[in-house]
Design a protein around this ligand. Structure first.
Ligand code: MGD
Ligand code: MGD
Ligand code: SF4
Ligand code: MO
Length: 678
């Protein structure tokens, strides 16, 4: 007889909130997933997506058995094989590659599909380290912003989100918590009820911008000018924290030199924000306390990403925002956590920047990439410069292994697809890049079919290849113990025993601890850096080239219904937008003769894509929006990443997804005949 169990789970997806889950099962399969009310910040409720998790967990397309390719690459034609057959063949191909080309011909590709400690950067990293594979620089999301934070502050630490209700002025800068960080919304609302003014700085009229008090709409990619302009105004009027700037920082003179040209007039011209609004914001920055700069990753998917995050960080120093509990700058709390990394020592092999996967697959030599292992990621849909990525994945001489839960666009290109367990079916430990809780996730039921966890997949691969190092076979309990075996004071008393009793534990750091005032500044000199990160061209400003008549800035930010491509096949989340859409300002559609709901061709030098045009007040004229990212399979094998560039941002190697220019033209006679004047 099956027995009812309820366990504490953790949402594994790449999201600020890292929610606590309550997972019920009958011992054989999971029967219900809800929020765990015992989590102090995620408080027992879940987002739109994870409220539908049962639909994803036992989706009829969920991968249950190993598959071997039978058709041409990308056709998605497979036959079922046993794990033994799959592993024997994979090991044979891998040995051949290692003998003929060496370890660097093998490329792992993974990101944060599952953020658990055991699920990424653990036995996977040990395995690829053991065979001397090419390293992957995992840059696609936060690299430039985080590099800028580490440059200015020494680490990615911000105020505790539990202190947000204390703030009396909040800037949500390139962040859209209504979609991406839903558990922050009640904290912001609480601050507002207590009298806080909340600003949104976003080119788009997002739900977040609509909810709060003031909305500044910079032209995409001009936030560096905005931040320097505000800083210039604070310095010019003498309204800055002299002690923080003079005694705790270095490079104030250089900062002043760089900010000096950014008068409010010039700032207004470049950003498109009215001078009065700039002045009002500068006044708030100068006076309102506690002041929280809640920066989102949206500002750092532009060309001047790191310089922008540096300049916004400088505002946190000029204003002395860090002095107040509830104030400071919060982009990431990722470095507040100290579990021990599980990946082990890595050999000195070449590195590939994951943003440039297309280039790596199509162009690398000495050696070429001959074998690709994808897990926790779906690059055929999510990587930029997609045409090149797909060309690379289609290479007949590339051996591709994909460990997945779903038949993704990437899995379609695999030689072997291996079924992956879901988070509610495996042991794991989780931290968060936003809040300060460590959580243990307990499996509620076994994985269906022959699906296995990420650590188990890599144990099997290591055995198949005959690798003898015992650390490659470490079991889950050992890995969890190793991760928690740290003498970091924040982790004191957080161990397997205490987590088994209470699976949601706060780091041992008081909410009132002010980063960098009550804790050390960890830059090499122990001072904040007002000098910009090296190589960022702060002064070489090319004014944004004017847009041609059918030219647009294309933004492809996070959708409320998915996490990037994850959840893209959950039907109930798709109902309201069955086809990939392009949101445009009504006047742009009218000007170009584009009818509501009509197809348009969106193109640039990298690729093209058909989308359905929908009039919207979200974008301003000259900007168009398509939420990222839809499955390629929905639209003739392509999505918006046909249009995005693999150019790297200014520092830290990050992606530039939001620096995309496109031309938009109506498609089909129907659209044209409705607007003969178009
Ligand atoms: N529902 C949902 N939640 C998610 C995700 C998801 O896809 N869906 N993704 C997860 C992931 S992987 C991440 S990294 C986080 C990201 O979550 P956020 O940090 O919120 O970042 P983004 O969604 O990339 O962008 C936020 C906002 O930046 C704006 N933006 C774009 N360009 C500019 C610019 O030049 N200047 C300014 N000021 N703003 C700009 C966009 O219009 C967007 O509204 O969210 C996570 N949570
Ligand atoms: N145009 C555009 N493109 C973007 C962005 C954008 O804003 N605009 N954002 C970028 C950002 S911020 C990010 S972070 C990337 C994210 O891009 P990806 O890393 O590709 O993230 P997902 O699309 O969520 O795909 C994660 C995959 O991992 C699988 N998975 C989940 N859990 C497990 C597991 O335990 N084991 C295994 N083996 N697999 C698992 C899921 O089924 C899913 O297919 O996308 C980037 N792409
Ligand atoms: S996706 Fe984010 S908000 Fe939704 S349940 Fe997971 S962690 Fe929570
Ligand atoms: Mo991300």
């Amino acid at each position: 007889m099956a027995t009812e169990v309820t366990v504490h789970g953790v949402c594994p997806h790449d999201c600020y909130d890292t929610c606590g889950l309550r997972v019920q099962s009958n011992g054989e399969s999971i029967t219900r997933i809800s929020g765990d009310p015992a989590h102090p910040l995620t408080r027992g409720y879940l987002c739109l997506k994870v409220n539908r998790y049962m639909e994803r967990l036992y989706h009829r397309d969920r991968l249950l058995y190993p598959l071997r390719r039978t058709g041409p690459k990308g056709a998605g034609e497979f036959e079922r094989v046993s794990w033994d057959q799959a592993l024997t063949e994979i090991a044979r191909r891998l040995r051949e590659t290692l003998e003929e080309y060496g370890g660097e011909a093998v490329l792992p590709y993974s990101f944060a599909g599952n953020m658990g400690y055991l699920s990424s950067g653990a036995l996977d990293a040990r395995f690829f380290g053991a065979i001397g594979a090419t390293q992957l620089d995992r840059t696609i999301c936060t690299a430039s912003g985080n590099a800028a934070l580490r440059w200015v502050f020494g680490s990615c630490i911000g105020p505790d989100p539990e202190t947000i209700p204390l703030a009396r002025s909040v800037l949500l800068w390139g962040a859209n918590p209504m979609a991406t960080n839903i558990h922050q919304v009640p904290l912001l609302d609480e601050a507002r009820r207590a009298g806080a003014r909340i600003w949104t700085v976003d080119p788009l009229r997002t739900d977040t911008a609509a909810r709060y008090d003031r909305h500044l709409k910079p032209r995409p990619g001009t936030d560096l000018a905005l931040a320097l302009g505000l800083g210039q105004e604070l310095v010019r009027t003498g309204r800055y924290d002299r002690q923080m700037v003079m005694e705790m920082s270095e490079g104030f003179d250089r900062y002043c030199e760089l900010a000096e040209p950014w008068t409010l007039t010039r700032t207004s011209e470049v950003t498109g924000i009215a001078i009065d609004a700039l002045r009002e914001l500068a006044d708030d920055l100068a006076a309102a306390r506690p002041l929280l700069l809640r920066v989102g990753y949206g500002v750092q998917r532009q060309r001047r990403s790191a310089a922008t995050v540096w300049a916004i960080s400088a505002l946190s120093l000029l204003t002395g925002a860090w002095r107040d509990v509830g104030g400071g700058l919060l982009l990431s709390n990722g470095d507040a956590f100290a579990p021990r990394p599980l990946g082990g020592p890595q050999p000195e092999t070449r590195a590939v920047n994951m943003v440039q996967l297309g280039h790596a697959l199509c162009d690398l030599e000495d050696p070429p990439v001959r074998a690709l292992f994808v897990y926790n990621s779906n690059p055929a849909a999510t990587a930029p410069d997609q045409a090149r990525v797909l060309r690379g994945l289609a290479r007949e001489d590339l051996f591709t292994v994909v460990h997945e839960q779903m038949p993704t666009d990437t899995a379609k290109f695999a030689d072997f697809v291996l079924p992956a367990a879901m988070a509610m079916e495996v042991w794991d430990l989780h931290t968060s890049y936003w809040h300060r809780y460590v959580q243990m996730s307990t499996p509620a039921a076994p994985p269906p079919g022959e699906a296995v966890s990420n650590p188990e997949f890599f144990r099997r691969l290591s055995r198949a290849l005959g690798l003898s190092d015992p650390s490659l076979q470490a079991d889950d309990q050992t890995l969890m113990r190793e991760a928690l075996d740290t003498d970091h004071p924040y982790m004191s008393g957080i161990n397997l025993e205490s987590l088994s009793e209470n699976p949601v534990q706060r780091l041992r750091i008081a909410k009132e601890t002010r980063p960098f005032l009550d804790t050390p500044i960890t830059t090499p000199t122990g001072k904040f850096r007002l000098i910009p990160p090296p190589g960022t061209a702060v002064e070489r400003w090319e004014d944004a080239r004017d847009l041609g008549p059918a030219e647009f800035e294309l933004l492809t930010p996070s959708s409320r219904e998915t996490i990037k491509s994850s959840f893209g096949n959950v039907a109930s989340l798709r109902q309201s937008h069955p086809k990939p859409e392009l949101l445009m300002a009504q006047e742009d559609m009218h000007r170009l003769g584009i009818g509501d709901g009509k197809p348009v061709l969106v193109q640039n030098d990298r690729g093209s894509l058909e989308l359905i045009a929908v009039p919207s007040t979200v974008p301003q004229p000259g900007t168009a929006v398509s939420y990222a990212v839809r499955w390629n399979a929905e639209a003739g094998g392509r999505n918006v990443n046909q249009l995005t560039s693999s150019e790297l941002a200014d520092f830290g190697g990050g992606a530039t997804f939001y620096a995309t220019r496109v031309r938009i033209t109506p498609l089909g006679d129907a659209a044209r005949s409705e607007h003969p004047a178009g």
